[in-house]
Design a protein around this ligand. Structure first.
Ligand code: DAH
Length: 379
């Protein structure tokens, strides 16, 4: 017979009593094993919740035989109180344990300032490059790009370098070992050497972009391009990887005086309007006449009246060589299919590393490529 449908009041009293014993024997362990307050409350509900076992039995008290009702009712109420008491004690115990675990756990020092997320910034070379490109853009130059892995043909041949020019020597140039079929730079015909290998290299200068842009476009054009260049050089002022900026302008009637005007304006924009600038004749295969530009030494600033006699950067001369330039050689125009009788142009190449070093007074070019945060943080 099930307790639920016990009709006989005496039998019911019997079941009632056993239920009280069962509950009294069960809750201490159930409460003790509850690992947290949530589990504990669930256990409690099993006994004393609205549909808990004790609650259900207590609802049936009116059915108990009159002579036992008082006694059993008292026991049930006492049990209910004990449950209530045990529940609050256990809750307190759990809370105390949690608090103790917190106190004896790892120390959280809320007065310690938070660790901020470090904010990155552009590398000083990128900063300088962007600024130079901005200056030339403002003068109307377009910005172009070219590959760092380049054809011998674009790096040397079409720029008028004779085949045996010393710049093409293994000592100066990093040649890339690729099979002729692998090289497809710019879709142009790849010059293959006697051994059937394409002549591919890490560009030694950005003058390659002159060839690429002139092949791609027709005059008038004014273009600047900046990027990495590579030579087998390594000392305080030369890194095997360095950065150049190339510029050129081609149209009918472009003159040397325009070259002087553009370059003087450019250098003064970067280094100050009182910067002395001078042009000297020099030789590059792709220009005629060719020149080099010197500017006043911005390290000793002797042009501002400072004593520069012991300056190590300009060696007391007051001048620093800063760029190469010239009027585009007719052989270059022929190499790109422009009529040299109709067009003239000027071109120039600047070391972005050198400008960066001069702007910031950096003494060793290797610092620019060392990726040392202690150095880079300063810009
Ligand atoms: N390409 C030369 C170099 O790397 C620099 C240069 C000189 C570029 C004269 C030019 C130029 O465009 O006209 O040393």
């Amino acid at each position: 017979m099930d307790a639920k449908d016990a009709e006989d009041p005496d039998a019911l009293a019997e079941f009632f009593e056993r239920a009280l014993d069962r509950i009294a024997g069960g809750y201490p362990r159930a409460f003790a094993e509850a690992a947290d307050e949530h589990a504990l409350r669930a256990e409690n509900a099993r006994f004393a919740g609205p549909s808990g076992e004790l609650t259900r039995w207590m609802k049936r008290m009116p059915e108990l035989p009159a002579e036992r009702r008082r006694e059993l009712g008292k026991r049930a109420n006492e049990l209910k109180q004990r449950l209530q008491q045990a529940l609050s004690e256990r809750i307190e115990g759990l809370q105390r344990a949690a608090r103790e675990a917190e106190l004896s756990g790892p120390h959280l020092d809320v007065s310690l300032p938070g660790r901020g997320q470090p904010i990155g910034r552009l590398h000083p070379l990128s900063q300088t490059r962007n600024e130079l490109l901005r200056v030339f853009s403002a003068m109307g130059f377009d910005v172009a790009d070219g590959p760092e892995v380049e054809l011998h043909e674009y790096n040397f041949d079409r720029l008028g370098f004779p085949p045996d020019h010393p710049a093409t020597d293994m000592q100066d140039t990093f040649f890339v070992d690729v099979a002729a079929g692998d090289a497809n730079a710019g879709g142009a015909g790849v010059g293959a050497g006697d051994d059937g290998r394409a002549s591919v290299l890490l560009r030694t200068h950005t003058s390659t972009v002159q060839i690429r842009e002139m092949l791609r476009r027709k005059p008038p054009l004014a273009v600047v391009s900046a990027g990495a260049t590579f030579r087998r050089d390594d000392d305080a002022t030369h890194s095997p990887m360095f950065m150049q900026l190339e510029g050129f302008m081609v149209d009918e009637g472009v003159s040397f005086s325009q070259l002087k005007g553009v370059l003087t304006a450019f250098l003064r924009r970067i280094f100050g309007s009182d910067l002395p600038v001078r042009f000297r004749p020099s030789y590059f295969p792709f220009v005629e006449p060719g020149g080099e530009v010197d500017m006043g030494c911005t390290i000793c600033r002797s042009y501002q009246g400072h004593d520069g006699s012991s300056c190590r950067v300009c060696k007391g001369s007051g001048w620093i060589e800063i760029l190469g330039c010239g009027m585009v050689h007719p052989v270059v125009f022929e190499a790109v299919g422009y009529d040299p009788e109709r067009y003239t142009g000027f071109a120039f190449g600047v070391g972005v590393d050198r400008i960066t070093m001069l702007r910031h007074g950096i003494s060793h070019v290797g610092l620019l490529y060392g990726n040392d945060p202690r150095f880079l943080e300063q810009f």
